[in-house]
Design a protein around this ligand. Structure first.
Ligand SMILES: C[S@@+](CC[C@H](N)C(=O)[O-])C[C@H]1O[C@@H](n2cnc3c(N)ncnc32)[C@H](O)[C@@H]1O
Length: 301
């Protein structure tokens, strides 16, 4: 594919990403809006931060920009996601070159561009595959990665492929310098030894795993057992359900209610759980932390 050659690694400019911009891709169930509050729940002294189900890696980037860790490991079972972050780290100029060239040819988006992006995702060229992944992500409903059709409204309403967003790639690349990026099952990352490690664990919601993500699901009861046995500080977000309230009851879950725009706009809730004592209770939660006993009683038998 004939991509223009205007950019190379020597003329990249790091443009500060706006506060509200948590990542350059979206992910269904992504923690874009919650990232800052989750960082406030991190232990005080994190020597290494691991994000086991990275998706958009919104919390990892927030940890980096708030200077809360110097060592980052992001992981996702989806090889397209792992490749995407690897290319952002190692070849931001190449990635921008392909994306800007696509924008020159197709503008903010069209079905034709979406179909081309789908083909590019399978390219043997890692940078081209990452550009395809980015483009498909920006043109899909909910930012679904390969699980949704083209969203024709995106290019019209300010989303789609935009140079203003593409130009922030060097900033996100800078935050990823030195980061480890893997494509493993979460258990391998959780079990790997380390000192002063914090793991952020945001698995697919129960029931929606296969419908929303092309790779992987997680058995949340097994995940709870794994977290309980881990020597690392683990912060976990799971959907609020009777089963999860029981499975994570000893991790003092906090209920976070929010409005979801997945499918019909509806009220939803998730549990924020930790296997360590969190530094603070953050205001957005409305301090609904309850003892395990209270939590079990919150649901009729
Ligand atoms: C809820 S999303 C994570 C969203 C992310 N926290 C964010 O802010 O964008 C779940 C992610 O887990 C990944 N995944 C599913 N099963 C996995 C597994 N067994 N190990 C590692 N990653 C997995 C999916 O590919 C998906 O990207």
């Amino acid at each position: 594919m004939p991509f223009s050659n205007k950019l190379d690694a020597t003329n990249l400019t790091v443009i500060s990403a706006p506060e509200r911009m948590s990542s350059i891709i979206r992910s269904p169930g992504g923690k874009h809006r919650l990232a800052r509050d989750l960082v406030n729940l991190a232990p005080f002294n994190v020597k290494e931060y691991r994000e086991l189900f990275a998706g958009s890696a919104a919390v990892a980037f927030r940890m980096a920009r708030m200077g809360r860790t110097r060592k980052i490991w992001i992981n996702d079972l989806d090889p397209g996601i792992a490749n995407k972050w690897t290319v952002v780290r190692d070849d931001p100029a190449g990635l921008m070159r392909v994306l800007l060239s696509l924008h020159d040819r197709f503008g903010a988006g069209s079905k034709e561009l979406f179909d081309l992006a789908i083909q590019m995702v399978d390219s043997d060229d890692r940078t081209e595959a990452a550009a395809g992944f980015y483009t498909r992500n920006h043109l899909s409903m909910y930012g679904a990665n390969g699980m949704s059709s083209y969203a024709p409204s995106h290019p019209r309403d300010g989303r789609g492929l935009r140079p203003i967003h593409i130009n922030y790639i060097p900033q996100f690349s800078a935050w990823l310098q030195g980061a480890k990026i893997t494509n493993l099952d979460y258990r391998e990352v959780l079990d790997a030894p380390g000192a002063g490690v914090m793991c952020f664990i945001d698995p697919p919601y129960a029931q929606v795993g296969k419908a929303m993500y092309p790779f992987g699901e997680a058995d949340l009861e097994e995940l709870a057992r794994h977290v309980r046995a881990s020597s690392h500080a683990c912060l976990v977000t799971v959907d609020d359900s009777p089963a999860n309230r029981v499975a994570f009851s000893d991790m003092r879950p906090i209920v976070h209610a929010f409005t979801s725009n997945m499918g019909n706009i509806h009220k939803s809730a998730e549990l924020v759980c930790a296997n360590y004592t969190t530094p603070d209770r953050v205001p957005w939660i409305g301090v609904t932390a309850q003892s395990p006993f209270d939590l079990r009683r919150a649901w009729p038998d």
